[in-house]
Design a protein around this ligand. Structure first.
Ligand code: HEM
Length: 484
């Protein structure tokens, strides 16, 4: 019976065909069809070729998923088959991929990392314990904006959100304040991290044509080595300083952070957690959490400034729930249902990872009558799903109200709305991201009124997108804070 079943399965698979897709040019395949904003080009192509579409990116066979039904097949029904990642050459710098929670294949090491992060950082208990640290950084953000308000200075929203997120993360991970607004350290961190993001997101011929890998034709691997090296040594310093202060002080004020948890675990025998491994884990958490969160805050303020009536509703809710002139706290979040709907609507329209983080198939698998061969790269176009008019009425309009009486959430079960992915590789930082997003947006709009830069009209506010590691605004949002 077993032999029969196996044989009939392989016969079925043989009769299945590859997914439809645009005709590939010799050698380069469909690379040119990706354009500057691949999520948008792929959405257009999927209207012709359907929700499971194939592309040839050089020699990489890629399947693009563009419907909730197909996303559910891939991320839930066949979760294990699609649970590993494609590994671009740039992230192989300093062997990062061998110690990266985001890139390791599903196996013991990856499971250990997920478990450690869940228990030491992302649990409700840890998030509650570290909220005071984030509150302090929020105060700094408000003080800085207040200063700009007094001086009549325009604020670059993406930049202040980036610095604040960096500080939230450094506070939660290792109780250190990395940056101050406008300081040299801020610029150094920002430049290094943005340099790394740009290099990792850049299309690399060596990925499309593996034979070119050893020649590194665009110098991407070489530059990635520099950025990774710099950031890893910055994290190594933080670890060494903590080890030193553990040796010399009995100060336990940093006891609640992730680094302390990691060092305690490294003293036991359960996990392989040398400082060498730890610095890669810290780097991954920073990289995964900072740009995604900061760009979402920038989009949220952009949409609220373009839609003044929605801004008023959100501000009125804050006044009613919290009260005038009172600072927002994380404990207020659960009472701010309109603001929660605003954040969901922003993530529907502007998911920071519009194609999720690419997955890879471990074996041949048949889906919806098509065969997806082993080692195919998988993009899930959540941007296209979020703007599909058969799912969302008026898909391009900013309407937080659509989430008010709806149970649809981003926790990975509603496949029409999966900005954090789904299945075993789903974003583990969802809870902390949600907290950071809500308190940052709430503080910015509760404590200040915002005006556009002189000369900019609200209906002309630029909303073009720039594809990268996170989906940014092409033109940064600059706005003038005014005391209410
Ligand atoms: C708006 C904020 C964020 C968004 C939209 C987001 C989205 C995502 C997405 C789409 C994935 C891939 C999921 C998949 O393959 O199904 C992911 C993975 C990941 N995210 Fe996030 N993320 C955010 C913030 C954060 C934060 C704040 C952290 C950490 C503090 C974080 C840590 C990670 C890690 C470690 C992974 C890799 C997980 C793995 O491969 O096992 N993310 N995120």
């Amino acid at each position: 019976w077993f032999c029969f079943n196996k044989r009939s399965k392989s016969r079925r698979q043989r009769s299945a065909q590859l997914c439809p897709g645009p005709y590939p040019f010799p050698l380069i395949g469909n690379i040119l069809q990706l354009g500057r904003n691949p999520h948008q080009s792929l959405e257009k192509l999927s209207k012709t070729y359907g929700p499971l579409m194939s592309l040839h990116l050089g020699s990489i066979y890629t399947v693009v998923v563009s419907s909730p039904e197909m996303a559910k097949e891939i991320l839930q029904k066949h979760d294990l088959v699609f649970s590993s990642r494609t590994i671009p050459a740039a992230v192989q710098s300093h062997d990062h991929h061998k110690n990266s929670i985001g890139l390791l294949p599903v196996g013991n090491k990856w499971r250990d990392f997920r478990k450690i992060c869940k228990e030491q950082m992302f649990s409700t208990q840890h998030l509650e314990a570290s909220q005071g640290l984030r509150q302090e950084k929020l105060r700094k953000l408000c003080d800085y904006v207040q200063e700009c308000c007094v001086k009549g200075r325009v604020v670059n929203i993406g930049e202040v959100a980036f610095v604040t997120t960096l500080n939230f993360m450094s506070a939660t991970l290792f109780s250190v304040d990395f940056t101050n607004f406008d300081s040299d350290t801020t610029h150094e961190w920002k430049e290094t991290m943005e340099g790394l993001f740009a290099i990792v997101a850049a299309p690399n011929f060596a990925d499309f044509f593996p034979l070119l890998k050893k020649f590194d034709p665009q110098g991407i691997k070489r530059r990635a080595d520099l950025y990774f090296g710099k950031l890893l040594s910055m994290f190594e310093n933080v670890i060494n300083q903590r080890l030193e202060s553990r040796r010399t002080h009995s100060d336990t004020s940093f006891k609640k952070d992730l680094l302390e948890g990691l060092l305690e675990l490294s003293e036991g025998s359960e996990y392989d957690l040398s400082p060498k491994v730890m610095k890669h884990l810290l780097l991954d958490l920073f990289n995964a959490g900072t740009d995604t969160t900061a760009s979402t805050v920038e989009w949220a303020l952009t949409e609220l400034l373009r839609n003044p009536n929605k801004m008023s509703i959100a501000k009125n809710e804050l006044i009613t729930v919290i009260g005038k002139n009172i600072r927002v706290k994380e404990s207020d979040i659960s009472k701010l249902s309109y603001l929660q709907a605003v954040i969901k609507e922003v993530l529907r329209l502007h998911p920071p990872a519009p194609l999720l983080v690419p997955r890879k198939s471990e074996v041949d698998v048949e889906i919806n009558g098509y065969i997806i061969p082993k080692n195919s790269q998988i993009f899930v176009n959540v941007w296209a799903i979020g703007r599909d008019s058969s799912i969302w009425p008026n898909p391009n309009t900013f309407e937080p109200e659509r989430f008010l009486d709806s149970k649809i959430d981003f926790k990975g079960q509603d496949f029409e709305f999966i900005p954090f992915g789904s299945g075993r590789r789903m974003c583990p930082g969802l809870q902390i991201a949600d907290r950071m997003l809500l308190i940052m947006v709430a503080s910015l709009i509760h404590n200040f009124n915002w005006e556009l830069e002189p000369g900019t009209k609200q209906e002309e506010l630029d909303i073009r997108e720039k594809f990268g590691l996170a989906l940014h605004k092409e033109v940064p949002l600059k706005a003038l804070p005014v005391k209410p």
